[in-house]
Design a protein around this ligand. Structure first.
Ligand code: NAP
Ligand code: ZN
Ligand code: ZN
Length: 348
C-alpha cells in the first residue's frame, strides 16, 4: 500500500480538508501516477454535497486528472514510467457486456467503477479521486496526452471535454447544422469550442450578460441571453441540435420550442432536481429529448488526439489545492472562466 494524501470530506456537510489514505500497489496491467493537475467539475460539487443521493464517504473527489506515470506494471503496453497520462470519470467496468466490448464503457450494463466514491472491483475498497497526490488505474482506463498541449488545460478534457465531444459526434454536428449550447460553464465552453471546430453554426445560450464577449471569442456565431424572451422567440423551430450543459434546475421548454422537425435536444447537465417537460413541443416536431453520459475509452483517446491536432484545451484558472472550497462557492455563483484546474504540486 502507498501512503497517499488529498483533500476530502467525511460527509455532505463538511468543507473539503486535508486527508490521508492508502492506495493499493499497481497490478501487472496497471499504472501508478503522480497527479499534476485535476479539474474541478460541477459533478464534484453535486457529489460532495450528495445532491444526487448516491454519495459514499469518506470522499476524495476529482475525475479530470493529468499526471506522470511513476510505475508501469509488467504487462503495460501504452505507458512507460515518466510519461504523461490522463484519467477521467471511469476507472473500471465489467469489460464483457455489449457496451464494454464496443468501447462504450460508460454504459456498462453491470455499472462502472467511478474514479471516486465507488467500490474498487480489484479489492473492494472505496475509490479515491484526483484531489490527491497519486492514482492507480488499469491502462485500459488511462489515456495518452498529445505533447503539444498545456497540461492544466488538458485536465478538464477528461470530463468536460469528452462529455461534450461525444454527443456532438454522435448527433453528427458539423457544417450546415445549426447547433445550440445551453450554459457557458466548464462543459458548455468545451461544447462551444468543439461545435465551432466541427464547422457548425453555433448559438450559445447564457444567463450571464458578462459572458457574451467570451462566447464570441470561444467560437459562437451568435449569443442569446436566455432571459430575453423576445430574442429567444426569433430562434423558434430553427435548430438541428441543442446540447444542454446546465448544472441547476431550469425549464427545457424554451429550448424544445426551438427544435426543427426531427431535431434533437440532448442533456448532459444533471441538476439536483429534474424538470417537468412540455411533451407537446416534442410531439409537434417529432423531436427527441435525450441524454448522454461522458464517453467510452476509445472515444476519449480520439477526443484527446483531436485536441492535439487542433490545439484545443479548456480555458482554465489554475488554483492551489487550499482554495478548493472557495472554488466550489464560485462555481455556484457562475464565476469561473471556464474551469478551475488544481495545481497538485500545492498539496505537497
Ligand atoms: P459549471 O461549470 O458550473 O457550468 C454550469 C453552467 O450552467 C453555468 O456556468 C451557467 O451558465 C449555467 N447555469 C448555472 N445555474 C443556472 C441556472 N439557475 N439557470 C440556468 N443556467 C444556469 O458546471 P459543469 O462542470 O459544466 O457541469 C454542468 C452539469 O453537467 C453539472 O450538472 C454536471 O454534474 C453535469 N455533468 C454531466 C456529465 C455527463 O456525463 N452527462 C459529465 C460531467 C458533468 P451561464 O452562466 O452561461 O448561464
Ligand atoms: Zn465531471
Ligand atoms: Zn460492461
Amino acid at each position: 500500500m502507498t501512503a497517499s494524501k488529498g483533500y476530502g470530506t467525511p460527509n455532505a456537510q463538511s468543507p473539503l480538508a486535508p486527508v490521508s489514505f492508502s492506495r493499493r500497489e499497481p497490478g501487472p496491467t496497471e499504472i501508478a501516477m503522480e497527479t499534476l493537475y485535476c479539474g474541478v467539475c460541477h459533478s464534484d460539487l453535486h457529489m460532495v454535497r450528495n445532491e444526487w443521493g448516491n454519495a459514499i464517504y469518506p470522499m476524495v473527489p476529482g475525475h479530470e486528472i493529468v499526471g506522470r506515470v511513476t510505475v508501469a506494471g509488467s504487462a503495460v503496453k501504452k505507458f512507460k514510467a515518466g510519461q504523461i497520462a490522463a484519467i477521467g470519470v471511469i476507472v473500471d467496468s465489467c469489460r464483457h457486456c455489449a457496451p464494454c466490448t464496443h468501447g462504450e464503457e460508460q454504459y456498462c450494463e453491470e455499472g462502472v467503477t467511478l474514479t471516486y466514491a465507488s467500490p474498487d472491483r480489484v479489492d473492494g475498497s472505496l475509490t479515491m479521486g484526483g484531489y490527491s497526490n497519486n492514482y492507480v488505474v488499469d491502462e485500459r482506463f488511462a489515456h495518452t496526452v498529445p505533447g503539444n498541449l498545456d497540461l492544466a488545460g488538458v485536465a478538464p478534457l477528461l470530463c468536460a471535454g469528452i462529455t461534450t465531444y461525444s454527443p456532438l459526434r454522435h448527433w453528427n454536428v458539423g457544417p450546415g447544422k445549426k447547433v445550440g449550447v445551453v450554459g457557458l460553464g466548464g462543459l458548455g465552453h468545451m461544447a462551444l469550442k468543439f461545435a465551432h471546430s466541427f464547422g457548425a453554426h453555433v448559438v450559445q445560450f447564457t444567463t450571464s450578460p458578462k459572458k457574451k464577449d467570451d462566447a464570441m471569442r470561444l467560437g459562437a456565431n451568435e449569443v442569446v441571453l436566455s432571459t430575453d424572451a423576445k430574442a429567444m422567440k426569433t430562434h423558434a423551430r430553427s435548430f438541428d441540435f441543442i446540447l444542454d450543459a446546465v448544472s441547476a434546475p431550469h425549464s427545457l421548454d424554451p429550448y424544445t420550442e426551438m427544435l426543427k422537425l426531427d431535431a434533437t435536444m440532448a442533456l448532459v447537465g444533471l441538476p439536483e432536481k429534474f424538470p417537468v417537460v412540455n411533451i407537446g413541443n416534442l410531439v409537434s416536431r417529432r423531436a427527441a429529448l435525450t441524454g448522454s453520459s461522458i464517453g467510452g475509452m476509445p472515444e476519449t483517446q480520439e477526443m484527446l488526439d483531436y485536441c492535439g491536432q487542433h490545439n484545443i484545451t479548456a480555458d482554465v484558472e489554475v488554483i492551489p489545492m487550499q482554495k478548493i472550497n472557495e472554488a466550489f462557492e464560485r462555481l455556484l455563483r457562475q464565476d469561473v472562466k471556464y474551469r478551475f484546474a488544481i495545481d497538485m504540486s500545492t498539496l505537497k
